[in-house]
Design a protein around this ligand. Structure first.
Ligand code: TMP
Length: 207
C-alpha cells in the first residue's frame, strides 16, 4: 500500500493557491494523513534551486540549464520527501510537478518532449501522479487576474505567446491521459471551480 500522489497544475491567474487550500481541507477532513508540498521546491535544496529559477534578475539562464535545474530540484524532492512519504501511506499533494515541465520548458521554451521524457525516466523511474487537476482558463483572462498581483517572477514575465503554448501543452497532456488528468474550468466564478473540485474528490475519497 502507498499513499496517493496528487498534483495541481495551471497557468497564471488560475486560482491555484485557493484551490490547493480547498483540496487540502477536503483530504484532511476525510481523516487522511497528508503532506502538502510544491515544485520547484519542497526541500531545503529544492527551495534554493527555486530561488535561482524564479529570480527575474537571472536573465542569462539557458533553457537547458532551466530544464536541468527543474529536474535537479525534483530528484531531491522525490528522494528526500515524496517517495518516503508515499511509502509511509501518507498522501502527497504537490503544487505543480512534471506536467509543468512539459508545459513551460516544452511548450513555452520549445524543448523537445523526447528530451524531457529522458530526464523524466532517469529521475522518476516510472513514478507518476495518481491524479492531476489542471486548472484551465483562457490566457488573457488569467493574465488579467494575475496582473493585479505583486512583481512578476521570471516565468510570470513571459509574453502571451509563451503562455498560449504552455496552455496548449497542458491541454495536450490532458487529452492524452484523461484518466489521470482532470480539467477544471477555472474561468468560472470561484464557487463553481470549487464545486468541480468537490465533485472529483467525492470519487477519489470514496475509492
Ligand atoms: P508557482 O509555484 O507560483 O506556480 O511558480 C512556479 C513557477 O515555476 C511557475 O511559473 C511555473 C514554473 N515551473 C516550470 O517552469 N517548470 C516546472 O517543472 C515547474 C514545476 C514549475
Amino acid at each position: 500500500m502507498s499513499g496517493k500522489f496528487i498534483t495541481l497544475e495551471g497557468g497564471e491567474g488560475a486560482g491555484k493557491t485557493t484551490c490547493l487550500k480547498h483540496i487540502e481541507k477536503l483530504i484532511r477532513h476525510a481523516g487522511i494523513d497528508l503532506c502538502v508540498t510544491r515544485e520547484p521546491g519542497g526541500t531545503r535544496t529544492g527551495e534554493k534551486i527555486r530561488e535561482i529559477l524564479l529570480d527575474r534578475g537571472n536573465i542569462d539562464i539557458l533553457d537547458e540549464t532551466e530544464l536541468i535545474l527543474m529536474f535537479a530540484a525534483r530528484a531531491q524532492h522525490l528522494n528526500e520527501l515524496i517517495r518516503p512519504t508515499l511509502a509511509a501511506e501518507t498522501w502527497v499533494l504537490c503544487d505543480r510537478f512534471t506536467d509543468a515541465t512539459y508545459a513551460y520548458q516544452g511548450g513555452g521554451r520549445g524543448i523537445s518532449k523526447e528530451r524531457i521524457a529522458e530526464l523524466e525516466q532517469w529521475v522518476q523511474q516510472g513514478l507518476k501522479p495518481d491524479l492531476t487537476l489542471l486548472l484551465d482558463l483562457p490566457v488573457e483572462v488569467g493574465l488579467q487576474r494575475a496582473g493585479q498581483r505583486s512583481t512578476p517572477d521570471r516565468f510570470e514575465s513571459e509574453d502571451v505567446a509563451f503562455m498560449q503554448r504552455m496552455r496548449s501543452s497542458y491541454l495536450d497532456i490532458a487529452a492524452r491521459e484523461p484518466e489521470r488528468v482532470k480539467i477544471i474550468d477555472s474561468s468560472q466564478p470561484l464557487e463553481n471551480v470549487l464545486l468541480q473540485i468537490d465533485h472529483i474528490f467525492t470519487e477519489v475519497l470514496a475509492g
